[in-house]
Design a protein around this ligand. Structure first.
Ligand SMILES: Cc1cc2nc3c(=O)[nH]c(=O)nc-3n(C[C@H](O)[C@H](O)[C@H](O)COP(=O)(O)OP(=O)(O)OC[C@H]3O[C@@H](n4cnc5c(N)ncnc54)[C@H](O)[C@@H]3O)c2cc1C
Length: 368
């Protein structure tokens, strides 16, 4: 007779890992399953920016709490570390249209609690000496920084082991059904039984919900990232642009990570993901426009990752409508930034506690 878990979490990205961790700390017996390794999809290949300037206004209070969690990771992850660093955050505008966009976005995010102040290009250059003199306006946020996302899996594994979560890597879930008040998950190594199930499948969230008869539309973004060879210090901020098409940071080893949501080619069904060269060049040109010293950089590598998005760009976090004992978490914009806090509030709700901030009901996303 197989053990019956209190909860099975499907998907070991930052959302599933943090949910599993806080459920286990709340006293539940938890199994966490992933078809690959822990945090090797979006949560392990993202740009690691921990920013309020690119976070949707509605998510700013969540991101601020999560930022504090990332900055103190070893204290709540049993020593696990993602090398989170605080850096001044700048979002810049080169044109009048971008300046207008920046003012509007800074105001809305400011009303939501983000400590963003607007300043001239010259003032921004005092914070970021490498910045182009063509900047007209900048938004400055002291609550900004980055982590090394490739360390996320190792960090969470330390915490999950400490909380005695049963972590099963390389274990795809191919079907879910319910018998005698218990969920039965089909896996290659046999069925897994649990009283509750959490779907935390990233861009595969809609496929998992379909296993429970719920139709959702979850869009897949194919984000490209580029890293340069190590170079002398050229910047010290986390830099973005009002349109959102640029994200730049320089790591301690001198490499600069260039992103901004430029899209590659592929899909979520297992085919190869391919860099779009034009988009790579566009991204690099914009980067060198913002930080002119990057004209001397050498590209080392580019890669892609899959990000999930709902139609209204707000998260799916809460109980699955009309399905007993089934929950969902994902599709969070700037989801790496907010991830650990989102998992904590879902766990609080599942444990019968009042979440620190409200969840995001799923009903609005269900297709007829
Ligand atoms: C290239 C890129 C750059 C980004 N940059 C940033 C950034 O700088 N800052 C920021 O805040 N956010 C960023 N994001 C967004 C952020 O990475 C995601 O929002 C977040 O990591 C999503 O976490 P998740 O746990 O929902 O999904 P994932 O990390 O994708 O985890 C989902 C897991 O579910 C598993 N799974 C799915 N189906 C099954 C199944 N049937 N059986 C078993 N396992 C299954 C998958 O294998 C996967 O491991 C970026 C995203 C990408 C792709």
């Amino acid at each position: 007779m197989s053990a019956i878990f209190d909860c099975a979490v499907i998907g070991a990205g930052v959302m599933g890992c943090s949910t599993a961790l806080f459920l286990a700390r709340g006293g539940m017996k938890v199994v966490l399953l992933d078809r690959g390794a822990v945090c090797r999809q979006a949560s392990g290949v993202n740009a690691g920016t921990l920013t309020l300037q690119m976070t949707r206004a509605a998510l700013v209070p969540y991101a601020m709490r999560a930022f504090d969690m990332w900055m103190t990771t070893p204290s709540w992850l049993a020593g696990g570390d993602v090398r989170a660093r605080t850096r001044p955050g700048l979002s810049v505008a080169f044109t009048d249209a971008e300046a207008e966009m920046l003012e509007q976005r800074a105001r809305i995010r400011g009303e939501a609690g983000a400590p963003i102040t607007l300043m001239s290009g010259v003032q921004a250059q005092a914070i970021e000496p490498g910045l182009s003199p063509d900047v007209k306006l900048a938004g400055h946020c002291p609550v900004d920084g980055f982590a090394s996302s490739h360390l996320t899996g190792r960090a969470f594994l330390a915490g999950l082991r400490g909380a005695v979560v049963d972590v099963r890597e390389h274990t795809p879930v191919s079907a879910i059904d319910r018998k005698a008040g218990c969920w039965r998950l089909a896996t290659p190594s046999g069925p897994v039984l649990a009283r509750r199930v959490v779907l935390a499948g990233g861009v595969w969230l809609g496929d998992l919900a379909a296993m429970l008869g719920v139709r959702l539309r979850i869009r897949t973004l194919i984000n490209q990232l580029i890293v340069t060879a190590p170079m002398a210090p050229v910047m010290r901020s986390v830099l973005g642009i009002a349109s959102g098409l640029l994200s730049l940071k320089q790591y301690e080893n001198g490499s600069v990570l260039v992103g901004g949501g430029w899209q590659g080619a592929g899909d979520r069904h297992g085919g190869a993901l391919t860099v779009k060269l034009d988009n790579m060049l566009g991204n690099l040109r914009l980067a060198a426009h913002a930080i002119p010293a990057l004209r001397e950089s050498l590209v080392l590598r580019a890669w892609l990752g899959l990000e999930a998005e709902t139609d209204d760009a707000l998260p799916a976090i809460g109980p699955l409508p009309r399905v007993k004992d089934a929950w969902m978490i994902g599709s969070v914009h700037s989801g790496y930034t907010s991830g650990p806090f989102m998992g904590r509030i879902l766990a609080q709700a599942m444990l019968g506690e009042t979440p620190d901030l409200p969840l995001f009901p799923i009903d609005r996303l269900v297709l007829a």
